[in-house]
Design a protein around this ligand. Structure first.
Ligand SMILES: [Zn+2]
Length: 281
């Protein structure tokens, strides 16, 4: 199954067999790493399919590691794609409960590690999420497995198209309670500091283009590898304007990626990866 995502032309929801082909093609043009976001058939209040041994992400990791041995597989770690209410954690009385959510994120990380993930990327913003995942991985014999924390994740309008892709728009409220205010720069450094103290091996800033100053600030403060995520809305804006003939897509893609790199990102997560790699090959 390949189902194009309406708001992200050129991006698809993929069944596992199609995913394996996609990853093989990406590796073939020089993309070494992929990150997986699972969309389960069944969603429930506690996101059970996020940590099920035969969950969609766990099966996908196993299939890629079996079929495309060179691929480096990153597992996104959150509950919002797996909960029927679309929030990133367990809810009671309309509030996300921090500590019960940490237990489920830790279970999710261990199940992803057991499936063969090379890197765990927790995108959840609960307090203490990196520490909880680190402890659970260490206790399960995965003390060598690195964590790339979405340390700096702003509450952003740029995530809109992804929520269509994952069917994960919150059914009530929003995520501002646990994502950061776009006006706040210093909080980004505090959040990153906490994640470093809890054992993060790599940091991430998300979104990218509207937060280049934050990428630069995190780069200057910390010496861990730094990733920046060019998110769905950044992708869709370029695609839409290019389709209307208003901008030169290839040129603008390279210009934005160059800006993100120039700001200090060591690693860029982008939906343009495969086509850019193909052009550069
Ligand atoms: Zn989430």
């Amino acid at each position: 199954m390949r189902r194009e995502i309406g708001a992200m032309p050129g991006c698809f929801n993929l069944s596992i067999d199609e995913l394996v082909k996609e990853v093989a093609a990406a590796v073939g043009v020089g993309v070494r790493s992929v990150i997986l976001f699972g969309v389960p058939d069944e969603k429930d209040a506690t996101g059970t399919q996020a940590y099920a041994e035969d969950g969609i992400t766990q099966r996908a990791i196993r299939a890629i590691k079996r079929e495309v041995k060179e691929a480096f597989v990153i597992a996104d770690n959150c509950l919002c794609e797996y909960t029927d209410h679309g929030h990133c954690g367990v809810i009671r009385d309309g509030e996300v409960l921090n500590d019960p959510t940490l237990d489920l994120l830790a279970r999710t990380a261990v199940s992803q590690a057991e499936a063969g993930a090379d890197l765990i990327a927790p995108s959840n913003m609960m307090d203490g999420f990196v520490g909880a995942i680190r402890a659970a991985l260490d206790q399960s014999g995965f003390d060598h497995l690195p964590i790339m924390s979405y340390a700096v994740k702003y509450a952003s309008g740029f995530y809109g198209p992804f929520r269509e892709a994952a069917g994960s728009a919150p059914q009530f409220g929003d995520r501002r309670g646990y994502q950061m205010d776009p006006a706040n720069a210093r909080e980004a450094l505090r959040e990153a500091q906490l994640d470093v103290e809890q054992g993060a091996d790599m940091l991430m800033v998300k979104p990218a283009l509207a937060y280049l100053d934050i990428i630069r600030a995190v780069r200057e403060r910390f010496d861990l590898p730094l990733a920046a995520y060019q998110v769905s809305g950044e992708y869709s804006m370029i695609k839409a304007a290019a389709r209307l003939g208003w901008i030169d897509e290839e040129r603008v893609v390279m210009e934005t990626l160059t800006a993100i790199k120039r700001a200090g990102a060591d690693i860029i997560l982008t939906y343009f990866a495969r086509e850019v790699a193909a052009r550069m090959a």
